[in-house]
Design a protein around this ligand. Structure first.
Ligand SMILES: [Zn+2]
Length: 118
């Protein structure tokens, strides 16, 4: 297996950056960025998307171009559900009223709803 990937961004080779310039004389080109696996922090995450894309712009270009195909790999045909417990707790809280001259602290009973995993 090679120790690099070419950036998969479909427009990577059209971005006007000095890092993409290759060739000499009148034969210069803008080339897709080569992502080396051992070149930087990206290698810490073996399955990081940035092993395949040089930046977020190239990632989003790829997703836009191939969205239908990507979604077809693992289509979501039904809603997923997570069982939970919903707890409602009454607790003392306060608000501040402004009477035009000063703020006064006004206590009240608040209702707090928490969601817990089952
Ligand atoms: Zn790129």
């Amino acid at each position: 297996m090679s120790n690099y990937n070419w950036c998969h961004g479909p427009n990577c080779h059209t971005q006007h950056t000095q890092s993409r310039i290759r060739g000499s004389g009148d034969n210069k080109v803008l080339r897709t960025i080569k992502i080396k696996h051992d070149s930087n922090y990206r290698s810490h995450e073996r399955y990081s998307m940035f092993n395949y894309f040089c930046n977020q712009s190239c990632l989003m270009d790829y997703i836009r171009e191939h969205l239908t195909s990507i979604v077809a790999i693992a289509p979501r045909r039904n809603a997923l559900e997570t069982p939970i417990k919903v707890k409602t707790v009454k607790e003392e809280s306060h608000r501040y009223n402004w009477n035009g001259n000063e703020h006064t602290r006004v206590p009240y009973m608040a209702t707090r709803t928490t969601i817990e995993s089952k």
